[in-house]
Design a protein around this ligand. Structure first.
Ligand code: GN1
Ligand code: MG
Length: 389
């Protein structure tokens, strides 16, 4: 059978040739684009091992303008996989639920990424069979699962020493750095600003004092560096197609030392926006409290094991900050000429920024209710008897 392959980045032949550089378990029967990532190019490769059922793999072209050291990115992914494998072998954290960590396949030369002529860097990762992801959350039960998934991921990596992970994306989620970059880009913006762009600028200026809230807590030693996922937006949480249970976090490029608050904020800003981050109806965007409570409850059911009192103190700030930060990043990229996030039309990054800023406003307007949810979470954590913790 001829492989079915036609994509924007490459011809069928090119992608097939790239895939064949990896130690695949069988011949390729199909390749198609997968997901809607804003940074890397991603393909689902179907292979048919002799006498066995079809298997799927994820082939990705790593965006080296963003990840300048793909070797270190792969090193972190391998370190994470080895860590979880070692935990499993030791029988610790016996899985009460199915949980998978995608693994990198070696290229034929034994290295885990392959550099194509011309400099493009590719890698192949296992696909979590029988799973799917969602761009928006449907109901509180699903929100709880997403939270459990993030908690499970954090619990599995919480005792991986941060010194063993490379900083593959310096400044990632360090909001004051994004603010400084915004100010630099704005100073050299020559084109006239639309009313919407002016709204974004005023929105950012009104929050300048707030941007360092997590970095200050980190610098003061109140929040520790831990291994994090870096990008746990809800479509990176894979759910079992039959049971709906969260069974994996994918897109491991940004696994590195950071604050769990970045992850919690990112998961909530993506999970509690029922219209999704790509909506063009940005004025209708709201932060959904019901989904927030369910998601945090799921997260807390696992994370109470490692969260400290100071962690709870900064949860509301994290939820507000990471939504704002993503708006700031999208807007800066819009002003800079769309050099970081992939776009499908002019003004796309401006629209994405407006969505995140509207979400931030909704979070701010519901601050007392969100703080009350965090307090209930804190109390529930204390109510767990030590033996069960
Ligand atoms: C980018 O490429 P993707 O969609 O996995 C970005 C995240 C943003 C996200 C917003 C390395 O992730 O930080 O939250 O877009 N990744 C990087 O959709 O910048
Ligand atoms: Mg990502």
């Amino acid at each position: 059978m001829r492989p079915v392959i036609e994509t924007s980045v490459g011809s069928r032949q090119r992608l097939e040739a790239v895939a064949s550089r990896f130690a695949l378990p069988g011949p390729v029967v199909a390749i198609r684009e997968l997901g809607n990532g804003n940074v890397n190019d991603t393909y689902l490769v179907t292979v048919r091992p002799a006498g066995k059922a079809e298997k799927h793999l994820v082939l990705q072209r790593i965006n080296t303008r963003v990840f300048s050291r793909p070797d270190l990115v792969m090193g972190n992914i391998l370190r994470l996989g080895d860590h979880v494998e070692a935990l499993r072998r030791r029988g610790a954290r016996r899985a009460a639920r199915r949980w998978e960590v995608p693994r990198a396949l070696p290229a034929l030369d034994g290295v885990h990424h392959w550099v194509e002529e011309g400099g493009d860097v590719w890698r192949t990762i296992t696909f979590v069979e029988g799973s799917r992801s969602f761009d928006t959350i449907g109901d509180p039960a699903q929100a709880r699962e997403v939270g459990l998934g993030l908690g499970q991921f954090h619990a599995l990596i919480s005792d991986l020493p941060v010194a063993e992970l490379a900083d593959t994306l310096e400044g990632f989620h360090v909001t004051p750095g994004y603010l400084a970059q915004f100010q630099r880009v704005l100073r050299r913006t020559a084109v006239p600003l639309t009313p919407q762009a002016q709204h974004c600028i005023a929105f950012i200026r009104a929050r300048e004092a707030f941007v360092s809230v997590l970095e200050d807590a980190k610098a003061a030693g109140r929040l520790p560096l831990r291994p994090i996922h870096g990008d746990p937006k809800i479509n990176n949480v894979m759910m079992d197609v039959d049971s709906g249970a969260a069974i994996a976090l994918v897109d491991l490029d940004t696994v590195k030392p950071g604050l769990v608050h970045y992850d919690i904020g990112d998961c909530l800003r993506s999970g509690c926006n029922r219209l999704g981050e790509e909506t063009d109806d940005w004025r209708s965007v709201q932060f959904d409290l019901t989904l927030c409570e369910a998601l945090l409850e799921g997260y807390g059911a696992v994370a109470h094991q490692f969260l400290t009192p100071a962690d709870y103190d900064h949860l509301f700030d994290a939820i507000r900050l990471i939504a704002f930060e993503l708006g700031l990043r999208f807007f800066t990229d819009h002003l800079a000429g769309d050099v970081y996030f992939k776009i499908s039309r002019p003004g796309h990054n401006l629209q994405r920024a407006l969505v995140q800023f509207r979400l931030t406003e909704s979070i701010e307007a519901q601050a007392p209710q969100i703080r009350a949810i965090v307090e209930r979470l804190r109390l529930a954590a204390h109510a767990v008897p030590p033996a069960a913790a």
